[in-house]
Structure formats: structure tokens, C-alpha cells
Design a protein around this ligand. Structure first.
Ligand code: ZN
Ligand code: FE
Length: 240
């Protein structure tokens, strides 16, 4: 059986993930805020052993210190941003392995949204935590990197198994879908997904996780064939 990943919503649109890599033991991915994480862990009797940070933005590390103080967990984050990761114990980069119980996750360098952004891929659990790099039908804004950097980052993720379950850090799906259908008006899979996510959001249901295959079929950013095409789509979305 694949491990559970528990959702903890925070702020207006953040998702914090509790990756239950062994029974009752969790790693917290990108804790925007400590309160809801500690409450969820207490409710479900989960022991927090690790925090995994994908990048330094406050809505991804804001809960680090309070969760560490409450649980004694250890914090793993991006080497190139370690000075900006509160409480970091272990700095990691491309090719490093993060072992949680029987699951050995690969660290992928995906710098673009921020310069040192990383993603965590646990192949044995079939999960990817891409932070703010890949969203449903979208990608992260280019705050510190270039379109070429994002093209390389998405190419890295594109190579993972298509059935990988993707747990991104925000519920941006509806806004992404509205834009995506303007880029690919003839994409039937995209039109169907747009209808499905409208329905889900009307019913206040989350649209994350999703599979990498869905992105390969409907996400205009991961589907961009060239850096120039990706750059044009990213700027158009910024102004959408
Ligand atoms: Zn961010
Ligand atoms: Fe974010």
C-alpha cells in the first residue's frame, strides 16, 4: 500500500503536506504556518520527525521554528538557500537522497521560481513535492530565475514516471485553467479538465494532488516546446 499524504490547508490557498512515510510518522512539506500542522498532527496522533522545505518563501518556511520547537524534528532544505531557511539542519541539492523510513527520496534541483528551489521525489511512494515549481495547469512565477531555468526545471519533472502523484503547494488550479484554455483552445483533455476543476471548486473540493500525466496532457507550461514559447506563456499569464 502506498503511504498516505495528509492535506493541511493554510492561509488562503496554501497546502501543507504531511507525508506519512511510516505508520504515524510524518514529514511536513513546506509548512506555511505551524498552528494548523500541530493541530492536525495532534488530532491524527502523528509524530512529526522532519520538515522538508522546497524554497525559502515565507509561505513555505513560516512554521519551521515553532514546529521544530514543539516536535524536535529535523529540517531539510535547499543548499543554495540555506541562509534563508529557519532552523535548517541539513542542506541538500541535486542528487542527494533524503531517507525517511523505507523511502529514499531523490532531491531534484529546479531553480527558477527561486534560484535554489528543489523538489523531492519519492519513487517508492509515487509522490512528488514540487513546491511552487509545477502547479495543476500552471508553473511558478519567475521571481529569481529565467524562463530558461524554468524550462530546464519542468524538463526535469517531465522525465518522472507519468503516474507520479503531484502534491504542489497551492490551490491555483482554477486560475491556471482559465488561462490554459486560452493558450490551447483545441485541447480536448484540457477542456474536460477545466470543466472538472470548475465543478470541484464549486463544491469546495481540492484539485491537488493530480498526476504528472494530467500535466503532460493539459499544462501549457510543461508542454511548451521551446524556452521562447514558455517565456511568452509565462509573461502572458502574469498579465492575465
Ligand atoms: Zn514561492
Ligand atoms: Fe508559495
Amino acid at each position: 500500500m502506498l503511504p498516505s499524504v495528509h492535506r493541511v490547508p493554510a492561509f488562503s490557498d496554501n497546502y501543507i503536506w504531511l507525508f506519512e512515510y511510516a505508520p504515524d510518522h510524518v514529514a511536513v512539506v513546506d509548512p506555511a504556518d505551524a498552528g494548523p500542522v500541530l493541530a492536525a498532527a495532534a488530532d491524527r496522533k502523528l509524530r512529526i520527525t522532519h520538515i522538508l522545505n522546497t524554497h525559502w518563501h515565507p509561505d513555505h518556511v513560516g512554521g519551521n521554528l515553532a514546529i521544530k520547537n514543539a516536535s524536535g524534528c529535523s529540517i531539510i532544505g535547499p543548499r543554495r538557500e540555506q541562509a534563508k531557511i529557519p532552523g535548517i539542519d541539513r542542506a541538500v541539492g541535486e542528487g542527494d537522497v533524503v531517507s525517511l523510513g523505507d523511502h529514499h527520496g531523490e532531491v531534484l534541483f529546479v531553480g527558477a521560481h527561486t534560484a535554489g528551489h528543489i523538489a523531492f521525489h519519492f519513487a517508492s511512494a509515487n509522490v512528488l513535492f514540487p513546491g511552487d515549481t509545477l502547479f495543476a495547469m500552471g508553473c511558478g512565477r519567475l521571481f529569481e530565475g529565467s524562463a530558461a531555468d524554468m524550462f530546464a526545471a519542468l524538463a526535469r519533472l517531465r522525465g518522472l514516471p507519468a503516474d507520479t502523484r503531484v502534491f504542489c503547494a497551492h490551490e491555483y488550479t482554477l486560475s491556471n485553467a482559465r488561462f490554459a484554455v486560452t493558450v490551447e483552445p483545441d485541447n480536448a483533455a484540457l477542456a474536460a479538465r477545466y470543466a472538472a476543476v470548475q465543478q470541484a471548486r464549486r463544491n469546495h473540493q481540492p484539485t491537488v494532488p493530480f498526476t504528472l500525466l494530467e500535466e503532460l496532457e493539459t499544462n501549457p507550461f510543461i508542454r511548451a516546446r521551446t524556452v521562447a514559447e514558455l517565456a511568452a506563456r509565462r509573461s502572458a499569464k502574469d498579465a492575465f
